[in-house]
Design a binder for this molecule. Structure first.
Ligand SMILES: C[S@@+](CC[C@H](N)C(=O)[O-])C[C@H]1O[C@@H](n2cnc3c(N)ncnc32)[C@H](O)[C@@H]1O
Length: 238
C-alpha cells in the first residue's frame, strides 16, 4: 500500500490501460461533476450494517472497491471492521483522506485498479485475503463488459465463508455510468459465480433519487465453486 494520491502522475497499481479511465474520474472529482455523491454512507447500507440481524460480525478485513470519498469505508472502520478503501482515482483517494484522515490500522486508503491483481496482491489483497467486500456504486460505474471480471475479483479475494454486501442500482435506462442491472439477472450471475445469497431485496431507506436500489448479501461457500460456476467469470479484465 502507501501509493501516492497524486492525480497527475501514473502510479504503480493503476494499469496503463485504465489510466485514461482513472483520469476521467479524476476530472469528475475536480469539476464537481459528482452526481453520485451523497456526503454520507448510503442509508440502506448504514442501516443494514448497524441494525440488521444478518449483518456480518464486526471483525475481519473488508474491501470497499471504488470507495470514492470513503464514506462507507469510514463507517465500516467505525463499526470495528479493518477496512481498505480502494479507488484508482488519485483525486478520490485524496478526498477520502481529506474527509476521514490518513491511513491508520483500521482504515487504509489504496490507489489501485480493482482489476490489477498484482497491485492488489502487493498491497496484501491476495487470494482469500478478505472477510468481506462492500459494494456501493462501483459496479454501476464500470463498463458492463468488466462485470464478469468484477465478480471473479470478488470471488478470488474472499476467503471461504467470506461475504459480499452490496447496494446495486437496478434501473433499465440505456447507457451509463451509472449502468443499470436487472435484479434477477444480477442475482443469477452472483449465484453462478459461486456466492450463496442470504438476502436480495429492494433496498429500504434509499435517498429519493435512488428508488431503484437493491440490497444484497452473499456468502462464498466453504467449498470451491465448480468450473461451470466460473464459466462467465474470467480472472482478469480484458
Ligand atoms: C460513482 S463513483 C462512486 C464512489 C463511491 N463509491 C460513492 O458511492 O460515493 C465510482 C468510483 O469508482 C472508481 N472506480 C471505477 N472503476 C474503478 C476501478 N477499475 N478500480 C478502482 N476504482 C474504480 C471511480 O474512480 C469512482 O471513484
Amino acid at each position: 500500500m502507501g501509493q501516492s494520491s497524486s492525480a497527475s502522475s501514473p502510479v504503480p497499481g493503476v494499469r496503463q490501460a485504465s489510466e485514461s479511465e482513472a483520469a476521467r474520474w479524476d476530472q469528475r472529482y475536480r469539476d464537481g461533476s459528482d452526481g453520485w455523491e451523497l456526503g454520507q454512507p448510503a442509508p440502506p447500507l448504514a442501516m443494514f450494517l448497524r441494525r440488521h440481524p444478518l449483518a456480518p460480525q464486526r471483525e475481519g478485513k473488508v474491501l470497499v472497491p471504488g470507495c470514492g470519498r470513503g464514506h462507507e469505508a469510514a463507517l465500516l472502520a467505525e463499526l470495528g471492521y479493518s477496512v481498505v478503501g480502494l479507488d484508482f482515482s488519485g483525486e478520490a483517494v485524496r478526498e477520502a483522506r481529506r474527509w476521514y484522515g490518513p491511513d491508520r490500522p483500521q482504515l487504509r486508503w489504496l490507489q489501485a485498479d480493482l482489476f490489477d491483481a498484482a497491485a492488489l496482491a502487493a498491497a496484501g489483497l491476495g487470494k482469500g485475503s478478505l472477510d468481506g467486500v462492500v459494494e456501493h456504486t462501483c459496479f454501476c460505474a464500470i463498463d458492463p463488459r468488466q462485470r464478469a471480471a468484477y465478480r471473479a475479483t470478488v470471488l478470488r479475494l474472499l476467503k471461504p465463508g467470506g461475504w459480499l454486501l452490496g447496494l446495486f442500482l437496478c434501473h433499465s435506462r440505456e447507457g451509463g455510468p451509472p449502468y443499470g442491472s436487472d435484479p434477477e439477472e444480477l442475482a443469477r450471475q452472483w449465484r453462478q459465480t459461486g456466492l450463496v445469497p442470504e438476502l436480495w431485496e429492494p433496498a429500504q431507506g434509499s435517498v429519493a433519487q435512488r428508488s431503484d436500489e437493491w440490497l444484497g448479501l452473499w456468502r462464498k461457500s466453504l467449498q470451491s465453486p465448480s468450473p461451470h460456476q466460473l464459466e462467465d467469470a474470467p480472472c482478469s479484465a480484458p
